[in-house]
Design a protein around this ligand. Structure first.
Ligand code: T3D
Length: 267
């Protein structure tokens, strides 16, 4: 039987997926990639799940690609065949990022420690990122002669602006979680001892919200960057038209009028 590199636990409507290769700071080997994608696909298909939390086991969140994995490790030996990293990115990182960004529920990264290389960018692809004060983000790619991948080239300038994105990506310095919060790269930095409870509270809050509207919010914000104002106004009208016909809108307005808490159930 193969090892479990993804641990899964459920509390109410919140599913927590834990990257579980702590000895290698939860870096990605082929099997962990496959198991994470399968777990996300299962969560997407499970109507009981209304929020997914992604976190890491041990002292790290994720150190990116496992640099000792034979699928990726280059050999510094004359005549050794070159590894085509493009195949690895197309085959594993691209589908993973696409899956995260198209989940039918909100996805929360709970960054418990260092997030480096693709590990940092996997976290940043989640809808919200909450991080422990001792956690950090490192665009480690330049240090080994690569560019930011797992969507980093697209995300970083949008999150922190071109100047800071280039600084982070070229220098590959460790960015403490508090600084990441200050730059607007992540949602929140919290005390180490509060990470688990604040993650669960935030996840439960998201799970109780109108899921379809949250997912449409992600879609519309992501798409708006490529649109003119007129196009964005039309996209808003189209999506609002769809959401306005959904049960959660009727429930939200009815609850407001009745001065009671809404019970959202669409997904
Ligand atoms: O294949 C490709 O390259 C293409 C795909 C690219 C996507 C990418 O993600 S490229 C970037 C890959 N990641 C890195 O370059 C980060 C490498 N790791 C580090 O720089 C450091 O480990 C950290 C800054 C993240 C943490 O440093 P520190 O001092 O807290 O921990 P450490 O002692 O370096 O690591 C602890 C263990 O984890 C150690 O193993 P050991 O000696 O205790 O047996 C270390 O080798 C292992 N580890 C850390 N990162 C990786 C790793 N093992 C394999 N791959 C890793 N990425």
């Amino acid at each position: 039987m193969s090892e479990s590199f993804i641990l899964s636990s459920t509390a109410g409507a919140v599913l927590t997926l834990t990257l579980n290769r702590p000895g290698a700071l939860n870096s990605f080997n082929t099997l962990m990639h496959q198991q994470l994608l399968a777990a996300l696909n299962a969560a997407a298909a499970n109507a009981e799940v209304r929020c997914v939390v992604l976190t890491g086991a041990g002292r790290g969140f994720c150190a990116g690609q496992d640099l000792s994995d034979p699928a990726a490790a280059p050999e510094l030996r004359p005549g050794a065949p070159a590894t085509d990293l493009g195949v690895l990115i197309e085959g594993f990182y691209k589908p993973l990022v696409q899956r995260l960004r198209s989940m039918p529920v909100p996805v929360l990264a709970s960054v418990n420690g260092v997030a480096a290389g693709a590990g940092a960018n996997i976290a940043l692809n989640c809808d919200l990122v909450i991080a422990a004060e001792s956690a950090s983000f490192i665009q480690a790619f330049s240090k080994i002669g690569l560019i930011p991948d797992a969507g980093g080239s697209w995300l970083l300038p949008r999150l922190v602006g071109r100047s800071r994105a280039l600084g982070l990506a070229m220098l590959g310095d460790k960015l403490p979680a508090a600084e990441a919060e200050r730059l607007g790269m992540i949602w929140q930095c919290v005390a180490d001892e509060a990470l688990a409870s604040q993650t669960q509270a935030l996840a439960e809050r998201l799970a109780a919200m109108p899921t379809r509207a949250l997912v449409a919010t992600r879609q519309t914000l992501d798409a708006a960057g490529q649109m003119s104002m007129d196009e964005a106004l039309s996209a808003e009208a189209r999506l609002q038209g769809q959401l306005g016909a959904a049960h959660d809108y009727l429930e939200g307005v009815a609850a407001f009028k009745a001065k009671r808490l809404p019970v959202f159930s669409d997904r």
